[in-house]
Ligand binder design. Structure first.
Ligand SMILES: NC(=O)c1ccc[n+]([C@@H]2O[C@H](COP(=O)([O-])OP(=O)(O)OC[C@H]3O[C@@H](n4cnc5c(N)ncnc54)[C@H](O)[C@@H]3O)[C@@H](O)[C@H]2O)c1
Ligand SMILES: [Zn+2]
Length: 340
């Protein structure tokens, strides 16, 4: 894994991407982006491009071989020096990352995330994932890109709803980092995401650098909000970032109840999520079966059949503690996320 400084480049617009020589690249892009004039003009510079429809279907294992064959045909006659450049949200960077890590046993990867969520979170950390039916991200590799370009003009061209989708992961990394900018996030004012981006991304690299391949139990703190979040996401077909926001509320309430987190901090977290993701009322209540099935299938389950849950003491102090599926289920019911 390269360092933050070597990997991530913050640039004004696509004309600042100089390192991609035309003949060596294949651009895998979200076809929605071809409506963006700047992206459209940029794509025309490359002879090898592959447009995809973003979303969870793109990551579906059963359709992967079809995509693989089509892309391999475009790449026929090229060498292993080819670079795969992914431009899109998290579904596209996951798909292209998996492709790059398996094509000819691995070719170079460059990411140009186009959603705030991908720019803050999914493009960083070297993980990718495909879905096997209802099993989200069940298959994947650790595969670090050689460069990640965060392009101001592309990110700022997104519709507003994409911003709310990013707040869950932004709050997560702010709480984990505990650096002064967390207070700005918790203030609850509209955030200038482009300005916060370097701080958020650096904070994620600080965690990953200590445990790049998730072997030491350090990187798992990045799962804050994801245990219940994933179950809510699946039940309600919610955007990932919105579901993570709800998961953080759950973790913060449980942390407060256990005397770990101060009430005033918990209230700020909850108010922020409510303000920007006002969809709690519309959530379908989870059943005990949803919870038990979701938790049993969770990647965070350990050898003892328990979950390493991320609790919060205060911003900058998060830690893992083993909890039983029964305790987690009871807490979700007590908080009203699930019914008996
Ligand atoms: N690998 C990781 O570490 C990691 C971490 C978190 C999430 N993820 C994955 O990321 C995915 C969610 O990310 P996402 O929300 O970015 O996904 P996405 O790729 O599905 O994009 C969401 C929507 O935004 C649209 N879009 C993308 N860029 C746009 C732009 N600039 N302007 C307008 N619309 C644009 C897409 O067409 C799509 O409709 C999930 O599949 C999740 O599993 C991966
Ligand atoms: Zn996430």
């Amino acid at each position: 894994m390269r360092t933050f400084n070597k990997t991530v480049k913050f640039i004004k617009d696509l004309s600042d991407i100089h390192s991609l020589s035309r003949s060596e690249c294949l651009i895998i892009y979200d076809q929605v982006l071809s409506q963006n004039l700047e992206v459209n003009a940029w794509l025309k510079k490359f002879s090898k491009t592959y447009g995809v429809e973003a979303g969870e279907n793109l990551k579906e294992l059963t359709s992967f071989s079809n995509h693989f064959e089509k892309i391999a045909k475009i790449l026929a006659g090229t060498s292993r020096k080819i670079k795969i450049v992914a431009m899109g949200g998290g579904s596209v960077t996951d798909f292209a990352g998996f492709f790059a890590s398996t094509y000819k046993r691995g070719v170079k990867l460059v990411l140009v995330p186009s959603t705030w969520l991908a720019a803050i979170d999914s493009a960083h950390g070297g993980k990718n994932g495909l879905n096997a039916g209802s099993l989200k991200n069940a298959m994947g590799t650790f595969y670090f890109p050689e460069k990640i370009y965060l392009v101001k003009s592309v990110l700022k061209a997104q519709p507003r709803e994409r911003q709310a989708e990013a707040y869950g992961e932004l709050l997560k990394i702010a709480l984990i980092s505990g650096k002064p900018w967390v207070n700005k996030v918790l203030e609850g004012k509209e955030l200038k995401l482009w300005r916060l981006l370097p701080l958020a991304v650096k904070a994620k690299y600080d965690v990953i650098a200590k445990d790049p391949y998730e072997e030491k139990g350090v990187r798992q703190i990045l799962n804050l909000g994801h245990t219940l979040g994933h179950i809510i996401e699946k039940k309600n077909s919610l955007p990932h970032g919105v579901a993570v926001g709800h998961g953080i509320v759950f973790a913060s309430r449980w942390s407060e109840k256990r005397g770990l987190l101060k009430g005033e901090n918990q209230k700020k977290i909850e108010a922020l999520i409510k303000k920007f993701q006002n969809s709690k009322n519309k959530l379908k209540p989870l059943t005990k079966v949803d919870l038990e099935d979701g938790l049993r299938g969770d990647k965070k389950i350990n050898l003892r059949g328990k979950i390493d849950f991320v609790f919060l003491r205060k911003p900058g102090k998060v830690f893992l503690e083993e909890v039983s599926i029964a305790d987690l289920t009871d807490e979700a019911i007590a908080q009203g996320w699930a019914k008996v």
